[in-house]
Ligand binder design. Sequence first.
Ligand code: GLU
Length: 501
Amino acid sequence: MSQVRVRFAPSPTGYFHVGGARTALFNWIYARQHDGVFILRIEDTDRERSTRESVGYFIEGLKWLGLDPDEGPYFQGERSEAHKAAVDALLSSGHAYRDFLTPEALTAQKEAAQAAKETWRFDANERARSREDSDALAADGNPFVVRFRVPEGETVVFDDLVFGENRKSSENIDDFVLLRSDGSPLYNLSVVVDDADMKISHVIRGQDHLSNTPKQILLYRALGKDVPQFGHLPLILAPNKAKLSKRKHGEIVSLNFYRDRGFLPDAFANFMALLGWSPGAEDEKLTHAALIEKFDLAKVNKSNAIFNYNPGDERLYTDPKAIAINAQYLQEMPIEDLAPLVEARFREIGLWKDEWAEEGGSAGGAPRGRAWFLTVLDLIRERYRTLHDFEESGRAFFADDFEMDEKAVKKNLQKEGMGDLLTGLATALEAVDPFDLEHVEAAVRAFSEETGAKLGLIMNGARTAMTGTGVGPSMFHAIPLLGREKCARRLRAATALAATP
Ligand code: GLU
């Protein structure tokens, strides 16, 4: 078999839709599975709607997902000579003809056909016009479109890699336009010319293009080119089966949402792969490498995939499965792989301190430098869902400007005698040396016995005083990582919020 060459061919007229991202992912996987080539082709022939900004979304989005193209980006708009040459060849061979009908006359014909419950296919006079006549009218400057001469009495049959056998009688295909009257090529023409020139072996794209495929196959044949294999992917719909759009469903349909909200690219790719495909009974956690091993295009569902969303969650109102997979990756990935991602984010928002990159070893029982950073991340990630949780829920570990959760203050600090307990605990902790888990725990337990205050009461008060929240990891582990001085200072500061007898 000749080399597998696949392409992702977005039209840069807007955001990078998750459906498009999944198409790119499946193409990339297919290329990697077959030692093939993954090509990025920007279909920017629609000059008015294409923007540079949108091109950037696709290039950046693929990079973020780790789907590096082997070739491209090619720009379709730069290939207009090839498109025109193909039209000329089709005109010469008689597979295409010029149609001089005015738009008004065409509309009238189509309306008449509709009224008679017939399918409009072509204007018989235009189709039958002699070549000399056509050349003369064109030379005189009469406007025309170029139409494909669909062969009569043929059935186009192809075996779709996902949908199986497809048939379409040419009686049901109209003589579609290849070139507009302004000389610009239409999608079916440019896509076939480009796919043929780029030697694309497998066209893997959204199901919305399934109905274009018979036309494209006829074009390949008329141009004397090899017809590639086609594989169409089911659509991704909202729970009410509506098309998933930014206008209706908001930012969650755009890949940028996930990057901007601290999702991990591998986790998000994993989630997308499960839209319309399943690894069967096996674990659904599939890294890029596992996807390459397990993914099977032939097993992609024919029915549309449903993308859920959760309007109840203000911050992450997206598919709960996307969040769950992300949380799983975040909590299970090697801490050494997670740290650079958190570091990059902290640098971006100005929360980073260079000492966290230094080999610090340990001092006074607690790790320092890089070791401290890794230990803290590992301790606090337990219930985290996105990278942003580190700077939000976990902020108190990295900065002093963390927020005090009102509910937690009320519940844990506004208790009778809490002011004295916090001051007493601060004094007790100041005397702990070395300031490590073992000694901190012993001191807190001794303080509890001494004062007769329950350990839970003390630890909840300490948690809220030191980290601003009512939930979080074990405080015996957290206290040595926060350090003696910070703990004492925060306990004393919190007395202002606590109830004193
Ligand atoms: N530019 C087309 C689109 O974004 C590509 C279709 C195809 O892959 O053939 O829908």
